[in-house]
Structure formats: structure tokens, C-alpha cells
Design a protein around this ligand. Structure first.
Ligand SMILES: [Mg+2]
Length: 354
């Protein structure tokens, strides 16, 4: 049976909330960020985007592009409360809700509480309800699966809706530039181009083994996505999240060598955090000895980490907390992770908010 999936994405969410709170900011380039050269933009208003400002851009760069931008420090308590309101709208239509962050969620409305006949009607009703309840606009993508719904929600932004009906999936996908596929970053894109692939239709000429040869496990997924296939269900109960990265060494290393690897790990992790727009308060260092003993050290800050330097400093200070007698061991793995994302907190529940 064909599913009906909606991806709802609030438009420039944090910035839009700030504009709503302070109408004198309307029409001005507004940036939600900690105003320090080392921090990054959490959200940029549409006016600020005209100057090229984007979320995850460094504040240092943003200052060059748009010196007159107005900086507002993030108020996650406020965004959380608005996010709860938005969620309450979703709950009038379905209980299959998978939040991705404070401002985005997948909904499965194959059957919906209001018995609306089409997912398009559900999506439009939800957008109208969100606007009347919060004064904020949302965009929606409607499609038979999560992969397509997510791409579609971006298609008519802001305050728009785009529908990919099952019959139109192939026609939509064929000319789609490959960088629109979630999970395709710069490295994968460069590889596509080397192989002469630019759009999804170029993928169709390769079988799954060929794609796996070039792209590893992701190749199998590409084979499916190129054909519009994505069976992932909308998952309502997401466990508490940690975003992390780790390296296992071919040859065990000494304690003194860990520091050198930590910088590269932090750089890699920081890119992941920026991509996901997740700024957590807790940093965890994980080490595994050559005898498979696992050592972890954690540190929680009162505000989320907002720079790569901050992350590395935290990692190094955790390294100092490793007991002296453990320092004689050899190590086979080093990992670093971030958790406790303030935007995910909701009372005592370990659920994301929206
Ligand atoms: Mg958004």
C-alpha cells in the first residue's frame, strides 16, 4: 500500500520566532547566533540570506558579508515552547510523528484523525493551523516516502507546499541534481562528477553492485533512492541522541599520541554537528585499550558548545582526567561525542520536542 508522508519544516525557524517577538526587526537582516567571532550562525532571516548568510556559517564570515546584520543570542526555551505548540498541531492529525529537530518533522498521514482524503489537504490544514496558533509559516513536502518528502519541503520555501504523487516520482527524480540527495556531501559529489554523473537519471545506468563498488554501502542506498524507493518508517519514539565519531587504529598507539588524533576527530565531529545544526552541552571522550577496556570521561557545560576550538579544548581537558595508571596502556580506539542538545529537552522525557 502506498504511504502518505509529509515533511514539515518551519521557515527560518529561530529567526522567525525572534522577528515575531520583536516586530521592529522585520525586514532587517537578523541572525540568531552567539555574537563571537568563533561561533556560528544558528539561523538567518530571509533578509539576511539575501546577503549570503546561512546557518552553520561562521560569524566571522557573516560579519564580512553583512556588517549591518543584527545578532540575537539563541533563546532555546522560547523555541522549545513554540515547537511544542507546533507539535500539538501535528497531534490533531496523526500520532506517527518523527521529529528531526525543533523545527522539522516527518508525519505519516496514510490514515489521519480527521479523515481528510488526501495528504495534500492534511499538509495545508496543518500549515494553516500552525500559522493561526503561532503566527509562523511552515513549508511542507508531500510524497510516498521520507526521502522524497524531505526534498519536496524545500522546493517551494518559504511558506509553500510541494507534492510528489506516486505517478510523478520518476519524472521528479530524473533531472534532480545529485547534491539534492540527503547524505551526498562534497566528497561524494566530486566522485559523481568524476564518473560523469550529475543528475539522478545518470545513476540509473549503474546496477547496485557497480554503485556499491564506487560508493560502498551508500551505493546500495543510492540504487534504491534513484528509483524512488525508501521504505524507512516514520518512527515516533527516538532514543536520546549522541553524535559521535571514533577511529580504530591499525596499530595500537601510546597515550601521548592520542592528543594528535583528537584534533582531527574534533574537526570531523564539528562538521557533523554543523550539518545537523545540533549544539550539545556534553562532551564525551572514549578510549579503548589494547586489552579492550573502555574508558569514558564526560563533561557538561551550562551552554551548548559553539565552536570547534571549544570542542577540542573540552576533549583535551577530558584527556587530562584519565587516571595516571591507565596512561601506561596502549590504545586501539579513540572517540569523541556530543550529547544533551538543549533543543531536545522536554521536561523529564528523553524525546525530541517537535
Ligand atoms: Mg526549518
Amino acid at each position: 500500500m502506498t504511504r502518505k508522508i509529509i515533511h514539515v519544516d518551519m521557515d527560518a525557524f529561530y529567526a522567525s520566532v525572534e522577528l515575531r517577538e520583536n516586530p521592529s526587526l522585520q525586514g532587517k537582516p537578523v541572525v540568531v547566533a552567539w555574537d563571537s567571532a568563533r561561533s556560528v550562525i544558528c539561523a538567518a532571516s530571509y533578509e539576511a540570506r539575501k546577503y549570503g548568510l546561512r546557518s552553520a556559517m561562521s560569524v566571522a564570515k557573516a560579519r564580512q558579508l553583512c556588517p549591518q546584520a543584527i545578532y540575537i543570542p539563541p533563546n532555546f526555551d522560547l523555541y522549545r515552547s513554540v515547537s511544542r505548540q507546533v507539535r500539538s498541531v501535528f497531534e490533531c492529525y496523526t500520532n506517527k510523528i518523527e521529529p528531526l529537530s525543533l523545527d522539522e518533522a516527518y508525519l505519516d498521514v496514510t490514515s489521519n484523525f480527521k479523515n481528510l482524503p488526501s495528504a495534500t489537504e492534511v499538509a495545508n490544514a496543518i500549515r494553516a493551523d500552525i500559522f493561526s496558533l503561532t503566527g509562523l509559516t511552515a513549508s511542507a513536502g508531500v510524497a510516498p516516502n521520507k526521502f522524497l518528502a524531505k526534498i519536496a519541503s524545500d522546493w517551494r520555501k518559504p511558506n509553500g507546499i510541494f507534492v510528489i504523487s506516486p505517478a510523478k516520482v520518476q519524472a521528479f527524480l530524473a533531472p534532480l541534481p545529485l547534491q539534492k540527495i540527503p547524505g551526498v556531501g562534497k566528497v561524494t559529489l566530486a566522485k559523481f562528477h568524476q564518473l560523469g554523473m550529475f543528475t539522478v537519471s545518470d545513476l540509473l545506468g549503474f546496477n547496485d553492485a557497480e554503485l556499491a563498488y564506487h560508493f560502498g554501502k551508500f551505493g546500495y542506498r543510492l540504487y534504491q533512492l534513484a528509483r524512488g524507493v525508501d521504505e524507512r518508517p516514520v518512527e515516533s519514539n527516538q532514543p536520546a541522541q549522541q553524535i559521535s565519531t571514533e577511529t580504530t587504529f591499525e596499530e595500537d598507539i601510546l597515550f601521548e599520541q592520542i592528543e594528535a588524533f583528537l584534533a582531527a576527530l574534533c574537526a570531523k565531529l564539528w562538521v557533523q554537528l554543523l550539518k545537523k545544526k545540533k549544539f550539545g552541552c556534553t562532551v564525551t571522550l572514549k578510549l579503548k585499550t589494547n586489552t579492550f577496556r573502555i574508558i569514558t570521561r564526560s563533561k557538561t557545560f551550562s551552554v551548548p558548545l559553539h565552536s570547534q576550538v571549544h570542542l577540542l579544548q573540552a576533549g583535551l581537558s577530558l584527556l587530562e582526567r584519565v587516571d595516571e595508571d591507565l596512561k601506561n596502556h596502549q590504545f586501539r580506539l579513540v572517540g569523541i561525542g556530543v550529547s544533551h542538545f538543549p533543543e531536545d529537552r522536554q521536561g523529564g522525557m528523553q524525546l525530541s520536542l517537535l
